[in-house]
Design a protein around this ligand. Structure first.
Ligand SMILES: [Zn+2]
Ligand SMILES: [Zn+2]
Length: 338
């Protein structure tokens, strides 16, 4: 089978992923094998490919927003599988949690002490067949195509968790900093809650897309928006936006930082966090987040804007992502549904 394989990290522009032929893997007990239809391209993939995040498994096949058809199931003897051969399912970033640590036992599996991540601890979806842990597969709404559903599986789910971490309530004014795959889905979810959304991004193209998707205002980080925000979520992987976000926040408001990797937060005056303003990161997501978000996405409905690339152009998709030229989300289309 074809796979885009990372042997050695390097700048995206040097095209570090190589098209390779690998043998089709066999599922171990507790795993399912999927025929991959589509896989979203995430900023985390870019961090892995460029070496800012070092996977425990090298070489690695990246990709953790996978839509596929279950091809073979190998359930544990004592546990019937929750999916059947032929079913369309999704694989998120959290490949599995340990199920035993204090976080897993208290409903916070996103904070697990010994997690495994798709396309990081194990091979991901930039390939034609992949293995996934049965218990962590996600059902996908029928209303979405394969390429539309793929970016929901990380960008969408983590955007949903960011809204929860920030404490967004119906009718709030929400500020989004950066407007890539995750933000354009969070905007639609917040609009579904009756929130007004102000978007801060340097890209005029992204400002235009934000307005088309229902933002009440779009400008640049550092601009003064029409209203102060109840909550802000930062998506840009640059710490310089954090003081900007605090600067447009109401008293008692919260900033949620949706970034796996950040280049450091610049020093800022205490007055920006005074009045009980709060800052929190957003770390991974639980199965409950995934299930909640898929239900919301089908109901609102959330319609991802996607730019589709073939599997062998994964490097080109990452280069476009790095340079901020993707509108919405980049997705690799790997096969058609039969
Ligand atoms: Zn755990
Ligand atoms: Zn991701």
């Amino acid at each position: 089978m074809r796979a885009m394989y990372l042997e050695k990290a390097g700048p995206a522009d040097s095209k570090p992923l190589m098209l390779t032929s690998l043998s089709v893997p066999a599922p171990k007990p507790g795993e399912a094998r999927l025929r991959v239809l589509a896989c979203g391209v995430c900023h985390t993939d870019l961090h892995i490919v460029e070496g800012e995040l070092s996977p425990p498994k090298m070489p690695i096949v990246p990709g953790h927003q996978i839509v596929g058809i279950v091809d073979e199931v190998n359930p544990l003897p004592e546990k019937p599988a929750k999916v059947k051969v032929g079913e369309r399912v999704g694989v998120p970033w959290l490949y599995r949690s340990c199920g035993k640590c204090e976080y897993c036992l208290s409903g916070k599996e996103n904070l697990c002490n010994a997690p495994m991540f798709t396309g990081f601890s194990v091979d991901g979806g930039y390939e034609e067949y992949m293995l996934a842990h049965i218990d962590f597969l996600v059902k996908i709404p029928d209303t979405l195509s394969d390429t539309e559903a793929a970016p929901l599986l990380c960008a969408g789910i983590i955007g949903h968790r960011s809204l929860k971490v920030a404490g967004v309530r119906p009718g709030d004014t929400v500020g989004l900093f950066g407007f890539g795959a995750s933000a354009h889905l969070a905007l639609q979810e917040a609009r579904g809650l009756g929130c007004s959304v102000q978007v801060f991004t340097r890209s005029p193209k992204h400002q235009k897309l934000a307005m088309e998707l229902g933002a009440t205002w779009a400008g640049r980080p550092g601009d003064v928006p029409p209203k102060l925000c109840d909550e802000c979520i930062t998506f840009a992987p640059v710490g310089s936006v954090i003081p900007h976000a605090l600067g447009v926040l109401k008293r008692g408001g919260a900033v949620a930082i949706n970034a796996v990797h950040l280049d450091g937060i610049p020093e800022f005056p205490y007055s920006l966090v005074y009045w009980e303003r709060k800052i929190s990161s957003v770390a991974n997501a639980t199965r409950q987040d995934a299930e909640e978000f898929m239900e919301i996405a089908g109901r609102i409905p959330i319609r991802p804007v996607v730019e589709v690339y073939p599997l062998e152009e994964a490097n080109e998709a990452l280069i476009a992502l790095k340079h901020g030229t993707i509108q919405g989300a980049a997705v690799l289309q790997i096969a058609d549904r039969l």
